[in-house]
Design a protein around this ligand. Sequence first.
Ligand code: IPM
Ligand code: MN
Length: 360
Amino acid sequence: MSTKGRELNIAVLPGDGIGPEIVEQALNVTKAVCEKFGHTLTYEYGIVGACAIDSLGEPYPQKTHDLCMKSDAVLFGAIGDPKYDNNPAAKVRPEQGLLKMRKDLGLYANIRPVTTFPSLIHKSPLRADLVEGADFMCIRELTGGMYFGRPQGRAEDGNTAYDTCIYTREEIERILHLAYKYAGQRNKKVTVVDKANVLATSRLWRQIAQEIAPQYPDVETEYMFVDNAAMRIIQWPKSFDVLVTENLFGDILTDEASVITGSLGMLPSASVGIHTSVFEPIHGSYPQAAGKNIANPLATILSAALMFEYAFGMMKEGALIREAVAASMSAGIVTEDIANNGPAYKTTDVGEWIVNYISK
Ligand code: IPM
Ligand code: MN
């Protein structure tokens, strides 16, 4: 236990769909950890996504941005609503809120750790011997590339559309340095994923990686085309340590990587950069399950663990959350998506069990 508690001030952004339910559990877990370690927690709610469009007409209101800026960390749920997905003509979309938040907070790195849980291996679509012990970190560039490149749009006749992929040296350098830093603390291997055989931006990535690699002599560097990486992630997931890549490739590869662990409902993420860091599950707002108390809160609870570690440097606090999550799974106190021949518990049951474990 820490001898001296600290004051932690967080913004809570539940978002849409199952967001409010899973964030409530992660917040309860955060409170329990603060109580246990003698920290004082203050928090304030903000709106983002479809619910923000409905009430204020914009998906990332200035008020929410101000709240994030003055907080030490942001705990985020999920955004998205089917009423926008099925309307390609919608002028404002919930996803724009997420992109604006990333850009305005300068969150250029999205860290998605991919780890396996022994009690979940049976849920993996891959053979157990391939996934058992897989443990790697995907670092996705988050504020550049095709997501933000301009021009983007349609030609006047409406029949031609374009996106622009742009990367600057500065954007590439800072994310590569981050990847090397983490690899140095892990198993000392960086895989730079690109499409340098086709794309100019990828060739700049590779050139800069070749310049930076010698600065980290104890870390091995591997270069891999993104199509090959997609294959290797399912063929030999244990061969990765830190995988670093541009925004769009990272979006796609991390969804792929998440399912090899057994459930998309398990993977947390940390988005870090210039201003306040954001911690959120990698899954979406799962609108079909909203309000039913059945969604898996573990990815969000594990995101709270990352918040203690990355935003506050509190390793014991993070480790206790992880231990509690593993214990809940071993005890079979899990939601329907990962239940194995046992009963399926409710979102709130899982959260309460974990809070009790932490508080005991
Ligand atoms: C993610 C999501 C977002 C993305 C969407 C919701 C805009 O898929 O965080 O991976 O594409 O970045
Ligand atoms: Mn995605």
